[in-house]
Design a protein around this ligand. Structure first.
Ligand SMILES: [Zn+2]
Length: 416
């Protein structure tokens, strides 16, 4: 199971903040400026930058960075390395930009190496005060023209705390490093804005679309399993169950969840499942203005397209709440309205057994089954649902496969 990247980042950042909050030292910028990949002659923690303090002192300076969500369209992968002896916890971001990643990774590796060298053999086995390296990162500038990352190093050793920091600036569109003194970097630090994908070469990733079914639902017993409200932290586990069961399903995603878990959304598409729209933030569409409904659908279609390469053709309105106005908006957005006929009530019971029982008991030929992949109890029910329905002769298809060619703006509860 893989947690969504952004929340993962937030967790890591808050972890760093906790670690930093025990000291009152100022952050010392070792090498602001052009982050060249040239090897450093001196260790990362030069004596002149060492600032020591008694442990337990109250922090006087916030080390909080900008909201990582400002990275917006920029893909970020967080790497973490931990060792127990000596204690090291190191986390750093990668952006898929060769020069940038090389510079940041190089700095991180040198910091680890220097720490190990400097403190080799110090600290007795099993003693809590053994030396510790904590290296984290934060976003210090964001704009379509410049992104700034600070790598913060905190070393606890011999009762003192040593902090240092180094910043790396780059152009997210070209992947070139920038001097911290550049106009772009200073503007991105002074008034941060969302890093939108700026390069025209940002084409959506190509993914395998759900294949045309070999299954003829007019002749065999078909069922469509559907999963709402994700993607979330349990979605990868669900994908592994579906893969093992050779089952294609349909995921009705929220735009805001895709934003938080873009990689998971992409994995869903790559596995060949169908992706439909469940709006951006799960509002009852019948209560919104025409313009707001259009935005709820349009924004979600766009982020699904951007992050998964899939163009959705189905809308599942939150709560199943729909009316003529919602259906007209769906038609304009080229989306058929896909409801359900089997509600497992998994969100209510939060019971794996009850979810299995409902899915097996209520499913009929041509059913659309509603489950939520944001609940671990629901995801846990899926292997038994697959086994049980297969045993009863069902074939698993996506909603579009089940319905044939669903018509935009038209409402469907099941096949037939
Ligand atoms: Zn929902």
């Amino acid at each position: 199971m893989r947690a969504g990247l952004l929340s993962f980042v937030v967790i890591l950042l808050s972890g760093v903040l906790v670690a930093c909050s025990t000291s009152a030292t100022d952050t010392v910028v070792l090498a602001a400026g052009t982050a060249s990949a040239a090897p450093q002659a001196s260790p990362s923690v030069a004596p002149s930058t060492v600032a020591s303090t008694a442990p337990g002192a109250v922090t006087g300076q916030s080390t909080e960075g900008l909201d990582p969500q400002l990275l917006g369209g920029l893909a970020v992968e967080v790497r973490t390395r931990s060792t127990f002896k000596p204690r090291t916890h190191v986390t750093w971001p990668l952006f898929g930009l060769a020069t940038v990643d090389h510079a940041i990774s190089g700095h991180v590796q040198r910091s680890r190496h220097d720490f190990r060298k400097s403190y080799a053999g110090t600290g007795k086995k099993g003693v809590a005060q053994g030396p510790e390296l904590n290296l984290g990162w934060r976003l210090v500038g964001a704009s379509p023209n410049a992104v700034g990352i600070a790598i913060d190093t905190v070393i606890f050793a011999g009762g003192t705390t040593t902090e240092s920091s180094r910043s790396f600036w780059f152009d997210p569109a070209t992947g070139h490093l920038l001097p911290a003194t550049s106009t772009e970097a200073q503007a991105a630090a002074a008034s941060p804005t969302l890093v939108a994908p700026t390069s025209p070469s940002t084409t959506p990733p190509r993914v395998r679309q759900p294949r045309r079914s070999q299954v003829n639902c007019a002749k065999v017993k078909c069922v469509a399993l559907t999963f709402d409200d994700g993607p979330g932290p349990d979605t990868e586990r669900l994908l592994s169950y579906l893969r093992k069961g050779k089952v294609r399903a349909t995921f009705f995603m929220l735009g805001q969840q895709v934003k938080a878990y873009p990689k998971v959304a992409k994995d869903v598409a790559r596995a060949g499942h169908e992706i439909g729209v469940h709006t951006w933030d799960h509002q009852d569409l019948t209560r919104l203005s025409k313009a707001d409904v259009a935005a709820e659908l349009g924004d979600t279609v766009r982020i699904i397209g951007k992050d998964t390469g899939v163009t959705p053709t189905l809308l599942r309105p939150p709560y199943g709440a729909t009316n003529a106005r919602v259906e007209a908006a769906a038609a304009r957005a080229h989306l058929a309205v896909a409801l359900w006929d089997v509600d497992t009530l998994d969100w209510k019971t939060r019971s794996t057994q009850a979810t299995i029982a409902s899915a097996l008991h209520d499913t009929r030929r041509g059913s659309i089954v509603l489950i939520h992949d944001i609940h671990a109890t629901s995801v846990a029910a899926v292997p038994a649902i697959i086994r049980g329905l297969r045993h009863r002769g069902y074939r698993f298809v996506t909603v579009s496969q089940l319905l044939g060619h669903p018509k935009p703006g038209k409402k469907y509860f099941r096949r037939g």
